[in-house]
Structures are given as structure tokens and as C-alpha cells.
Write a protein that binds this ligand. Structure first.
Ligand SMILES: [Zn+2]
Length: 201
């Protein structure tokens, strides 16, 4: 009985908590967040995990808040403790600062994307992500686009360069990056559009 009560308290606590940010990458997270004023009142829980399937970071709506109105949702960004680069294991927190900022900026792009969607739409979106390669590309490119529109292009490009310039990088991984994410040319296009819209307004 007591145990259940504690669990319940813990759950309510995480439901209503403000963003939680690990101390070791606090600065990088805060810099990335500064590009997204729209997320100021959105609780985001950043959390290190031992391992994340197939990726280094992952953004998702928190289960507890899922059935609330979309404006009241909170989100989790899980960060793998280590990254495997060219057969070498690197602690994520020790990656170059700008690379980490770009990576976090991309995940925040996913959060921007999720917060525009209704609950039903999100369930459907999650399903398609599991089932269709094209849909993964659509979701990843949308996250990159939000990041670039928010002004994070410098970091997004640095992160991409960092990944692609690793010696001995797995060819399959390069193909995956090229397939799912925006190319530098596409990023330039978004920047040009964004800036010409800015100069009109
Ligand atoms: Zn992504």
C-alpha cells in the first residue's frame, strides 16, 4: 500500500515538475533552448540513459501527460550516455560543445513538431514512424527544419559535419544520415527563405 502511494507521488511529481536538466550538459541545453522561445513554458525532462536503440538522443511526449490537452503536455528527451563513433566509445557529455548543442537543437525541433499535433495525430505519427522509412525521413527533416528556422543552422551543420567526417564511419550509417536528414543545400534553401521572409516583415 505504502509502495503504491510512493509510486503515485513520484508520478504526480514528474507530471508537474518543471524541466529537469542534467548538470553535466546544462550549458549546452540552455544554449539550445534559448533558440526556442516558444518552448519557454513547456516542461522538458532531459535524461541520460545507458543505451537508446539505434540513436543517440530521442524526444517523445511523456506518457503521463499524453492524454492532456496538447498545450499542457510535457516531453522527455533521452540522451544515450555513450556514443559509438568509428568503433570508439565516447561519453556523450564529452562531445564537442557545438556538436552537442546541434544535437539537442534537433531534438527540440521534434518537440516543436509534436506540440502542434493532436493526441490522435501523434499516435498515428508514432505508428507511421515505426512502419515507414519515408515517414522517418519526413519526421527527421521536419525536426531539422524547425531547428534551422529557429536560427540553429550553424550548430546543425557542425553536428552533421562531425558525424560524417569521422574516419572509419560505417557506410550504412552515412547512407542513413543522407536519406533521413536535410542536406547542407536544403539547409541553405531554408535559411534563404527564412531570411527573405524576415526582410519582408
Ligand atoms: Zn531526430
Amino acid at each position: 500500500m505504502k509502495f503504491k502511494l510512493i509510486i503515485l507521488l513520484l508520478m504526480t511529481n514528474t507530471l508537474y515538475a518543471q524541466s529537469t536538466i542534467p548538470e553535466s550538459i546544462k550549458e549546452e541545453i540552455e544554449i539550445a533552448l534559448s533558440y526556442y522561445p516558444d518552448l519557454k513554458n513547456t516542461p522538458i525532462n532531459f535524461e541520460f540513459k545507458k543505451k537508446i536503440k539505434k540513436s543517440t538522443m530521442q524526444a517523445q511526449p511523456s506518457i503521463g501527460s499524453f492524454f492532456r490537452k496538447k498545450g499542457n503536455r510535457s516531453y522527455n528527451i533521452y540522451i544515450s550516455e555513450t556514443v559509438n563513433i568509428s568503433g570508439e566509445v565516447l561519453f556523450t557529455k564529452n562531445m564537442p560543445r557545438d556538436v552537442l548543442i546541434g544535437w539537442i537543437g534537433h531534438e527540440l525541433g521534434h518537440v516543436m513538431d509534436y506540440r502542434n499535433r493532436s493526441n490522435l495525430n501523434l499516435i498515428w505519427f508514432g505508428f507511421k514512424y515505426l512502419l515507414s522509412d519515408n515517414h522517418i525521413a519526413e519526421a527527421e527533416r521536419s525536426a531539422d527544419t524547425f531547428a534551422v528556422k529557429s536560427g540553429m543552422e550553424k550548430y546543425i551543420l557542425i553536428t552533421k559535419d562531425f558525424i560524417l567526417s569521422q574516419a572509419n564511419i560505417d557506410k550504412k550509417y552515412i547512407a542513413r544520415i543522407k536519406k533521413y536528414y536535410l542536406s547542407p543545400e536544403e539547409i541553405m534553401d531554408i535559411i534563404n527563405k527564412r531570411d527573405s521572409e524576415l526582410s519582408k516583415s
